[in-house]
Every structure is written in C-alpha cells, then in structure tokens.
Design a binder for this molecule. Structure first.
Ligand SMILES: [Zn+2]
Length: 339
C-alpha cells in the first residue's frame, strides 16, 4: 500500500546531510544576483531553473556539478548565506523537518574584504533566526575541502573551534574523494578532541578504501553516502560494529551516477543488516527534492510503512550532533508525531 504524501509530510523528520549552498531557492539566487549585479544565464526563475536544478533524469556527476558552477558566484555576495540559512529552515519547517544540520564551507564564499569568518557569522545568523521563527532545531557543520590549500583548511579548523559554542556542531570533509584525506588527519583529531564530532564524505565517488580512511584515519562517527559499502561485506560489518551512522542520499546518488538505479542502492540491505541508516537531501535545490520526497521514494522502493519511516527519523536523531537535552525534546516530538 502506498503511503499518503500528507502523512509523510506530517511526520517529524531529521536531515543530517544538507549542503546550505545546494539548498538555495532559485528565486533567491536570481534576486541576489540582480541586486549585486552578478550575471546569471536567465532573468526569470522559470528560465533560470534548467541552469541551477538538474533534470530528474540527470545521471552524471559532471552534469550535477555544472549547476554549481552557474550559481556559485552569486553566493559570494555578502549576506547571501544569511538569507539562504533563514530560508532553508523556513523550507524545512514547511516540509515537516524538526532538526536540520546545514553544512557549508565559508572559505568558498570568502572574497577580498569579506572573510570566511564574515560568511560563517552571516550563515549562523540566518540559521539562528530561521530556526527561531520557524521552530526548527539546527546545527551548522563546517566543511573542510580536500581540494582547498592546507592553509585554508587550517584556518577553517580554527574557525570551527572558535564557533563550537555558537552554532557549529561538527565538521565534515568534502570535495573530490580521490584526493587523499591523510593531510587532514591531524586537524580532525584536534577537532574531535575539542568535542566537535566528525562526518566525512566517503564511498560516494570512490571505493571502500575511502570509508576505511574516514573511519580509521579521520575519526569519523558518521559517513556521508557510504554507497561503496555494498562492495565490501567485511568492511560493512566493521562499520556496523563500530556504530557509525550512514547519511544516505538516494536521489543525489542516482543523479550523480553513484548508483545505476535504486535497485543497486545498498540502503535497504544495510538497514536489514542492522546499520544505522538515515535518509537525507544532500542538495535539495539542485536535485529539486524535499526530505518528504526522499522518505516517499524509500517507501515506494522498499515498501516501508509509516512506522518504519518514523524509525528512520528516530535513528537520524540518535546520530544527530545534538546535546542530550535537545535530543530528548525532539525524540518526544517525533514519537508523538507532531511537527
Ligand atoms: Zn554531501
């Protein structure tokens, strides 16, 4: 029996893997670009959409990343991530999301006269007011990038530590997975020791070895994507025994070609094997999806009922970078079923 969209929309949900820069409304991109005099390939939202949102049948990472190239210059406009952060939580509330962890790399939007710290402060301000106005619990995950120079990542590490009590709840490593994570091992150990938990993009574009590196070398407690676990049963077992949470992003994995189809996606097999799996959006504006869409997609693909979806939301809550008081309050909301 297929689930009613309204029931899944009303289910309180948790998004652990959502890129702020991949979640900006197309209309907002257009308005910021026009106000700042930044060129975009279209003057209306309708005409802009094909440039900033992939088509549902997108199946290559190249086509997926092409959209970012189009809109990324717009996000350099001061204040853009403040508005994006606010609207992200407004959209989350409308989608029944009660806790969202927004990740971004403020160094990517820094310009002369507008530092990474300025960008971070603006994003945190937008998230704080959006969360307050719309009743959504949130945390910021600061992304280091494999492709950024060491001094940039060292500065990001310091920023994460400085803002750990002001909204930054964890750190991530993103960027091309075929670039080694080893140069970051010391940074992540420092961050972990300072109380900031670590999630790492791994096993999306590269194989099981990237997951080994994330778990052993980079002290991750959560793995972003981890699709490559389907290739290595022994590693999957080790990841399960270590209690690592998996941030799965079904539509994104389809659109970037990480899996050839949902029948090839390991989500259900990992769930049945006892892994802590979670459903997330990744880049909702680029993919043209909501978290409700992802829950419905999982239910349509593997036959989950509403109570199983609620269990996935509760699993995500257990893996959230939250203090125990915040977790307990949200657990009651999810169990009660009230958004
Ligand atoms: Zn991601």
């Amino acid at each position: 029996m297929s689930l009613e969209r309204a029931a899944v929309l009303a289910l309180p949900k948790v998004d652990l893997h959502c890129h702020l820069d991949g979640a900006v409304r197309p209309g907002t991109l257009l308005e910021i670009a026009q106000a700042a005099g930044i060129p975009l390939p279209a003057d209306t939202v309708e005409e802009l959409l094909p440039h900033v949102r992939v088509s549902p049948d997108c199946r290559t990472l190249r086509d997926f990343l092409l959209t970012f190239e189009t809109f990324y210059p717009v996000l350099n406009a001061p204040g853009s991530l403040e508005r994006a952060g606010y609207e992200l939580l407004e959209d989350a509330a409308a989608d029944g999301v009660v806790h969202l962890e927004a990740r971004f790399c403020p160094a990517l939007q820094a310009t002369d006269g507008h530092s990474a710290e300025d960008v971070l402060r603006e994003a945190l301000a937008g998230l704080a007011s959006g969360g307050r106005d719309h009743g959504v619990s949130w945390g910021a995950i600061l992304c280091l990038y494999r492709s950024e120079p060491p001094e940039v990542n060292a500065a990001l590490t310091e920023l994460a530590l400085a803002y750990a009590d002001r909204g930054v709840v964890g750190v991530d490593l993103a960027g091309p997975e075929d670039m080694p994570g080893e140069p970051f091992a010391e940074d992540f150990r420092r961050l972990r020791e300072a109380g900031l938990p670590v999630t790492i993009h791994a096993g999306e574009a590269c194989g099981p070895e990237s997951i080994v590196e994330a778990m052993d070398g980079l002290v991750a407690t959560r793995i972003g994507h981890a699709v490559a676990l389907r290739e290595d049963a022994a590693l999957a077992d080790r990841v399960r025994q270590a209690g690592l949470a998996l941030e799965c992003c079904l539509t994104s994995n389809l659109q970037t070609g990480a899996v050839s189809g949902l029948d090839a996606h390991p989500f259900d097999a990992l769930h049945r094997a006892g892994h802590l799996v979670t459903l997330n959006t990744d880049d909702p504006a680029v993919s043209g999806i909501t978290l409700t869409d992802e829950y419905l997609l999982a239910a349509a693909t593997w036959g989950y009922d509403l109570e199983q979806l609620r269990a996935f939301a509760l699993a995500a809550l257990e893996a959230a970078f939250l203090d125990e008081a915040g977790r307990a309050a949200l657990r009651a909301r999810i169990e009660a079923g009230t958004v």
